[in-house]
Design a protein around this ligand. Structure first.
Ligand code: 13P
Ligand code: SF4
Length: 321
């Protein structure tokens, strides 16, 4: 990955947006954004989605744009580059890592796989490209159940890196997948105590929970799902109040699509903050988006041989989705 070029001089949001739109046209660029990035970026993006939809969108936009900007975290940029090797793929901030991806170093994961011969390796898309290359098929939180159920009930499966998503999928499918011991630091900060407190104030509010949360939190949910699944549930439900246990960026879209409803973020257990933000996702800013379009950097680069290995499990996931 090229070096960051983060610090843009402070100018107003409207001026930045105008510059971004102009540069986007000049460079024939398309902007993708995850639901967890700041609302200003979601609003200027051509497409906003969960990890599955973003991968599908990248796969579909191999024609058309010359440049793809991924406002999210690095593993998302890498997935786009693997799917669109001929495009210039940019990220606003190359420091945008992921604690979940970091919890699964490729060399240790490879040892784990070698220690369990005969197992199919299914990995969450929140991983490095090296871990993807070691996997038989990938999943997102939006398609994990469907992909895993496409394997025979008695298949021996290694699932990595998220122990919480893996445990959730085991519980709803009756599988007994062998789980890598990784987790997302943001979703692990949600507690049952914080949800109980909010439930006392909003007893009728459905509890929406991302499957990266710990088991006791998942057990309190009225709906468990990816960001897109939780958003759809919130829009279709007749309820007025919703308690939301996932990264707080999703509330922007929920409030925008249903301004008459009340979305309450669950605060993290060990903090006085009202919202649970992913610091990596929040590294994306309008100024950095403008800079990366202007400078053509930071550019995501993936070794072509590694990309070829990682493409197989990504494509297999997209075929099964
Ligand atoms: P989804 O949008 O696929 O639910 O992913 C959640 C996430 O943690 C992305 O970093
Ligand atoms: Fe990674 Fe968690 Fe941030 Fe998603 S929310 S990018 S899984 S650290």
């Amino acid at each position: 990955m090229d070096r960051c070029n983060c610090n843009a001089p402070g100018i107003g949001a409207e001026a930045l947006k105008a510059e971004i739109l102009k540069l986007k046209k000049e460079k024939n660029a398309i902007i993708l954004a995850h639901y967890y990035v700041d609302g200003t970026l979601q609003d200027i993006a051509d497409y906003v989605g969960d990890s599955l939809a973003l991968a599908q969108k990248a796969a579909a936009c191999s024609a058309g744009a010359d440049v793809i900007v991924m406002c999210g975290v690095n593993f998302m940029g890498e997935t786009v580059k693997v799917l669109c090797p001929d495009k210039t793929v940019l990220v606003p901030d190359c420091e945008a890592g992921c604690s979940l991806a970091d919890s699964c170093p490729a060399d240790a994961f490879e040892e784990f796989i070698k220690a369990h011969p005969g197992y199919t390796v299914i990995s969450y898309v929140n991983t490095s490209v090296e871990v993807k290359a070691l996997s038989d098929v990938l999943v997102t939180s939006g398609n994990a159940r469907k992909v895993i159920e496409s394997f025979p009930a008695d298949a021996k499966i290694i699932f990595g890196p998220d122990r919480n998503l893996g445990a959730y999928i085991n519980s709803v499918t009756g599988r007994n997948m062998l789980l890598w011991d990784g987790a997302c630091h943001v979703h692990e900060r949600f507690s049952t105590e914080a949800i109980v407190k909010l439930k006392q104030k909003y007893p009728e509010a459905p509890v929406l929970v991302h499957p990266e949360c710990k088991r006791p939190v998942v057990l309190m949910a009225d709906k468990v799902g990816s960001t897109a699944v939780l958003l759809r549930y919130a829009l279709e439900s007749q309820a007025k109040d919703f308690i939301v246990a996932t990264e707080a960026g999703i509330l922007h879209k929920m409030r925008k699509e249903a301004p008459e409803k009340n979305f309450i973020p669950v605060p993290p257990a060990d903090s006085t903050c009202a919202c649970n933000d992913c610091a990596y996702m929040k590294l994306n800013t309008l100024a950095k988006l403008r800079d990366c379009l202007r400078d053509g950097a930071p550019e995501v680069r993936v070794d072509p041989a590694l990309a070829e290995k990682a493409l197989r499990p990504i494509n297999r996931m997209l075929e099964l989705s």
